[in-house]
Design a protein around this ligand. Structure first.
Ligand code: BG6
Ligand code: MG
Length: 221
């Protein structure tokens, strides 16, 4: 019996990848190299410091611990500037309606995100009150594919992992959900997210009940 839906934030409920990209590219350019949208794909779902390390390796730049933290801090300042201007119109199509319906049907709902900017994003989108729990990068100590963030979400409402469904757009997040022992719905392309139990393109026209029925099919077959 499924009791809870757990949502990743970036790429599932809102498209923040473009702002991460603008900020990382600005940092790369300030260090004298370019950073493409294709490079940016490698950063989806990856923590801030790991993203920085990937970026520096692309630019072939070595930096000590203190400088790395200064770079990450600078990138985050730019990123916060961009996301502070976001509005409700940047919620991905019908994502808020889907979460609301899940809640109305009696399911618990949570956010499980690597982002330390989660509270700001939820506030800008006006959707903070749709969730029973918010577990994010300020609380966790291990990044996805470690299952920590999802297990903490399940614990927060006292559910067993097997009673939880994770919604994720990144391969590392899907791996984390599987390691947590949860069901997983991938948001995006079936080729890239083949490890998920179900893959959907968008929440548009989809009801929580349809997801539950599909999972029931998987369980009984
Ligand atoms: C994830 C994003 O949700 O959060 C990553 O997919 C990002 O791209 C990570 O690096 C950390 O976010 P932040 O806002 O704490 O830098
Ligand atoms: Mg994501």
């Amino acid at each position: 019996m499924i009791q809870a839906f757990i949502f990743d934030l970036d790429g599932v409920l809102v498209d923040t990848a473009k702002y991460h990209y603008l900020a990382w590219r600005r940092l790369a350019q300030s260090l004298g190299f370019d950073f493409t949208e294709e490079d940016n794909e490698r950063l989806k779902g990856v923590s801030r410091m790991q993203s920085l390390d990937i970026l520096l390796s692309i630019g072939n730049i070595q930096a000590d611990e203190k400088t790395r933290h200064a770079y990450a801090e600078q990138k985050n300042q730019w990123y916060v500037e961009y996301i502070s201007r976001m509005g409700r119109d940047e919620i991905l199509p019908e994502a808020d309606r889907f979460v609301r319906e899940a809640r109305e049907s009696g399911l618990k709902t949570a956010i499980a995100s690597a982002s330390k900017n989660t509270p700001l994003i939820l506030e800008r989108l006006g959707i903070a009150d749709l969730f029973d729990a918010v577990i994010d990068g300020r609380i966790t100590s291990r990044a996805k594919p470690d299952p920590e963030v999802f297990l903490l979400a399940a614990q927060s409402f006292g559910s067993e992992p097997v009673a939880c469904v994770v919604f994720e757009d990144a391969a590392a997040g899907i791996q984390a959900a599987r390691r947590a022992g949860m069901y997983c719905v991938g948001i995006g392309s079936p080729q890239q997210l083949s490890q998920a139990d179900i893959v959907i393109r968008t929440f548009r026209g989809l009801s929580p009940r349809q997801i539950l029925l599909q999972l029931e099919d998987i369980r009984t077959n």
